[in-house]
Design a protein. Structure first.
Length: 336
C-alpha cells in the first residue's frame, strides 16, 4: 500500500507541473513511468515476497497475520526468504550463551547440527547462519558513567565478526541499554552497522526507564525506542547503499514493549519480535501466543535455551519440527 501511495504521489506531482503542449505532457508521462521502474527495481519481487509471507503464517485464521500494509523491502532482504538461525552470547562469559562456551570450531560443529535440523524441518527455506553478540552488557553496578552499561571493546566485537566469517554468517550486535538511551548507544556501533552483514538487536528486559538496577526487575521500551533504532538503521541503509537491516526486539512479557501499534515499518529495515522467554514447552508456546502472535509487528522469532529450558519437567527443549507448527512460523531462531 505504501508503495502504491508513493506511485500516486509521483503521478500527482507530475500532474501539477505546468505544461504548455502535448510534447511536455508526453514527456511527463514518460518520466513517471521511468520513476516507477526505478522504484520497482529497488524492491524485492512482490509476488515472491507475499507468497512467502503468506506461507509462514501457517494457516493462521485470526486475521492478525500477515501484517497489513507492510512495505516491500529493498532488494537484498533476508526475510522471509531465509530463516536466520543464530548463536547468542558474549565472548567474555560462558554463562550468557553458547557463543562464549566453546572455541569457534566446536561452536560451528554444534551449529551444523541445528542447521541440519532446520533444513529437514523446512526444506523450502534456506538457513542463514548468524552470530548474535551482546555488545552492550547490563551490569549490577553503575560503571563510570552511571549507566550500568558495559560496552565491549572493539577487539571483542572484531573477534565476533571473525567467528562469523568462518561460515559467511551475519552478525547481530545486541544492546542491553540499562539506564542509558538508544540515542547514546546505537551511534557508538555505527562503524559496524555500516557493514552490509551487521544487524541490530535490542533487549527491553534491561531497559530501566524508572532508574532501577538491571536484573532487579524486567524493564521496558516504547514504540518510540524501536522507531528510533529503525530510523537510524534506515538512514545508514540509504546513505551507504546497503541491503535492508534486520532489527531484533526481545520480548517475553506484556509490558516489555509498549504501544506496539505505533511501530513504523519501512523498506530499509525488517523488524523481528523475538520470543525470548525460557521454560517448559507449554510456557514457551503460551508466551509466544500471548505476546508475539497477539501483537503483530512484522516477523517473529523464538529463542531456545540449551540449559534453562531443561530446568523444569518435562526437561525437554522444543525442536525445529515443534516450532514449525506455530502460527506464524518464526523466521528468526536463536540458541543461547
Amino acid at each position: 500500500m505504501k508503495k502504491i501511495a508513493f506511485y500516486l504521489f509521483v503521478i500527482s506531482l507530475a500532474a501539477c507541473q505546468p505544461k504548455t503542449g502535448s510534447e511536455k505532457h508526453a514527456k511527463g508521462e514518460k518520466d513517471t513511468e521511468e520513476t516507477e521502474e526505478i522504484i520497482q527495481s529497488a524492491t524485492v519481487d512482490s509476488a515472491q515476497y507475499f507468497s512467502k509471507v503468506n506461507e509462514i503464517i501457517n494457516g493462521d485464521t485470526t486475521g492478525l497475520w500477515p501484517v497489513k500494509n507492510q512495505p516491500l523491502p529493498l532488494n537484498g532482504a533476508i526475510l522471509p526468504f531465509k530463516r536466520i538461525v543464530a548463536y547468542y552470547g558474549n565472548l567474555y562469559s560462558k554463562k550468557m550463551g553458547i557463543l562464549g562456551e566453546y572455541a569457534p570450531d566446536e561452536l560451528w560443529r554444534r551449529f551444523d547440527v541445528e542447521k541440519a535440523a532446520w533444513e529437514k524441518a523446512d526444506p523450502k527455506t534456506p538457513v542463514q547462519p548468524a552470530i548474535h553478540y551482546i555488545a552492550v552488557v547490563a551490569q549490577g553496578i553503575p560503571m563510570s558513567d552511571n549507566t550500568y552499561c558495559k560496552r565491549m571493546p572493539e577487539e571483542q566485537i572484531d573477534s565476533a565478526l571473525k567467528i562469523a566469517a568462518m561460515r559467511d554468517a551475519i552478525v547481530f550486535l545486541d544492546i542491553q541499554v540499562c539506564q542509558s538511551t538508544y540515542q547514546n548507544e546505537v551511534p557508538r556501533l555505527e562503524k559496524y552497522l555500516k557493514m552490509p552483514h551487521v544487524h541490530l538487536g535490542i533487549d527491553p528486559e534491561f531497559s530501566m526507564k524508572d532508574g532501577s538496577i538491571p536484573g532487579k526487575k524486567i524493564g521496558s521500551i516504547d514504540a518510540e525506542d524501536v522507531n528510533y533504532c529503525s530510523d537510524y538503521l534506515a538512514k545508514l541503509v540509504k546513505d551507504n547503499n546497503l541491503p535492508p537491516k534486520v532489527l531484533v526486539v526481545h520480548r517475553f512479557t506484556q509490558g516489555m514493549v509498549k504501544n506496539h501499534k505505533n511501530i513504523k515499518l519501512k523498506p530499509e529495515v525488517q523488524i523481528v519480535m523475538h520470543m525470548d522467554g525460557w521454560g517448559e514447552p507449554v510456557l514457551k508456546r503460551s508466551t509466544y501466543k500471548l505476546y508475539i502472535h497477539k501483537e503483530p509487528v512484522q516477523f517473529t522469532g523464538f529463542k531456545l535455551f540449551y540449559k534453562n529450558d531443561l530446568k523444569k519437567s518435562p526437561n525437554v527443549m522444543l525442536t525445529a519440527e515443534d516450532l514449525m507448527k506455530l502460527k506464524p512460523q518464526p523466521i528468526y531462531i536463536q540458541y543461547q
